[in-house]
Design a protein around this ligand. Structure first.
Ligand SMILES: *Cc1c(COP(=O)(O)O)cnc(C)c1O
Length: 438
């Protein structure tokens, strides 16, 4: 695909869509008429097959077969079955991933486990993360650190190397930053952390489903990720958790359990024994009963990736998402010149995820006006205490889900943004109100 889009016309975009081998995948999704949806990095779109699947689970499996469905409809195997559909998306082996709980809860489970694995190393008294990591990751890490009399050390991601020393037990990072879209080099950072004796936990919330990932190749230790973003599992979809088999093997030999030792992570839940015996492998990271309806919806979202496989799979999706983001950056910089937007996402496609953010002084109102015109992105509040404009202003954030976003959508979104800024329409007081969720 072309590297520069500065002079691309709307007709050129329509032509790119015609040539796009992935274009038929858009038909798998129920996209509302007249909407350009650029927020799939926050809540993915409804797959067309999901309502019928949920209706079947509700009416037949639950409604008719009732409790028998734990066996007959395979509800009891869902955590593993859905995990096995996530595994190829993240470079994990079959049987190494489970779908369960939320990202926050899975982070707690793997961070606690990683800290326990490092318990013998008495100098290792801190968990290190990136200052601008997603808040829930930092809150959970802080809580784990405090429970062990350790500290959570927040560093600038560019100063990671200098901070990886004999005091670090665990390095916890999000692969793609939720605000800037910056993509970290998983293999290089994991190698550096291991050289310093630290274990590494990767949060794949903003990368799973948007690009090929290789946890095994990077030799990572643990990973978690989100089911409702690029995996299109629906609001509150189960998250996932992966542990390198060397850790689950070690846990098996030493009897180490993850901290939320619930009955469905037991080796024999239906033996109902009073003592806890963890299940083999990753299954030990299951806690309680899976949310069957949400699991079913997530499974439908994952099945779309199987349909993408013959069309080039994640590699092709990544190529398209890079091109969509480049097109957007260039169209916005051409069309919104003079309106004070500044790009905070890396310009180099290899160092960014599938989202683009611009710092914009009245970003919240601008985004509300844009949404009013049917272009849905979102806004993340800036940090007013920071000196740099890029950190203090609101961020206009746009996600480019290559499964269903067209080149013409991107062209129209940039065009609409330029109109909203050019007309000053965003100054209308009705765009100033802030809802609970931004
Ligand atoms: C979306 C996201 C989460 C979500 O956590 P929940 O437990 O599902 O609320 C966590 N971490 C990161 C980095 C995210 O982007």
């Amino acid at each position: 695909m072309t590297a520069s889009f500065a002079t691309t016309s709307r007709a050129d975009c329509l032509a790119l869509d015609t040539q796009d081998a992935l274009a038929p995948l858009r038909d798998e999704f129920a996209l509302p008429e007249g909407i350009v949806y650029l927020d799939g990095n926050s809540l993915g779109v409804l797959p067309k097959a999901t309502p019928a699947r949920l209706a079947r689970v509700i009416e037949h499996e639950w409604g008719h077969d009732l409790i028998r469905s734990w066996n007959t409809a395979g509800w009891i195997d869902m955590a593993q079955r859905v995990g096995d559909k996530i595994a190829p998306l993240i470079g994990a082996g079959v049987g190494e991933v489970i779908a369960a709980d939320s990202t926050s809860i899975n982070l707690y489970k793997v961070l606690e486990t990683a800290v326990h694995l490092q318990a013998g190393a008495k100098t290792r008294r801190c968990i290190v993360s990136e200052r601008s990591n997603f808040p829930t990751d930092l809150y959970i890490a802080d809580s784990v650190a405090r429970a062990h009399g350790m500290t959570l050390k927040l560093v600038d991601v560019d100063a990671l190397d200098a901070n990886l020393d004999h005091e670090v037990a665990v390095l916890m990072l999000t692969h793609v930053n939720y605000r800037t879209g910056r993509l970290l080099d998983m293999a290089t950072i994991t190698r550096a952390a291991h050289a310093a004796g630290a274990l590494v936990v990767w949060d794949l919330a903003h990368s799973a489903g948007a690009m090929p990932l290789d946890l095994t190749g990077a030799d990572a230790d643990f990973a978690v990720g989100c089911g409702y973003k690029y995996l299109n599992g629906g609001p509150g979809a189960p998250a996932f958790v992966w542990a390198h088999p060397r850790h689950t093997d070690h846990m098996e030999t030493t009897g180490l359990a993850q901290p939320l030792s619930g009955w469905l992570g037991h080796a024999a839940p239906f033996a109902f024994t009073p003592d806890y015996q963890p299940a083999a492998g990753i299954q030990r990271f299951v806690c309680g009963t899976p949310p069957v309806l949400s699991m079913a919806a997530l499974e439908v979202g994952l099945d779309v990736f199987a349909k993408a496989e013959p069309l080039g799979g994640l590699k092709a999706l990544r190529r398209k998402s890079s091109a969509l983001a480049t097109l957007f950056i260039e169209r916005v910089e051409t069309g919104c010149d003079g309106h004070g937007l500044s790009l905070v996402t890396p310009r180099e496609p290899a160092t960014r995820g599938s989202q683009v953010a611009f710092a914009c002084e009245h970003g919240h109102a601008v985004m509300q006006a844009l949404i009013h015109h049917g272009v849905i992105g979102d806004c993340r509040a800036g940090d007013p205490s920071r000196a740099m404009v890029a950190e203090s202003a609101d961020l206009l954030r746009f996600g480019f889900t290559p499964l269903y976003t067209r080149f013409v959508d991107v062209w129209d979104a940039a065009d609409q943004l330029s109109k909203v800024l050019g007309s000053g329409e965003w100054r209308d007081p009705r765009f100033a109100a802030r809802a609970a969720v931004t």
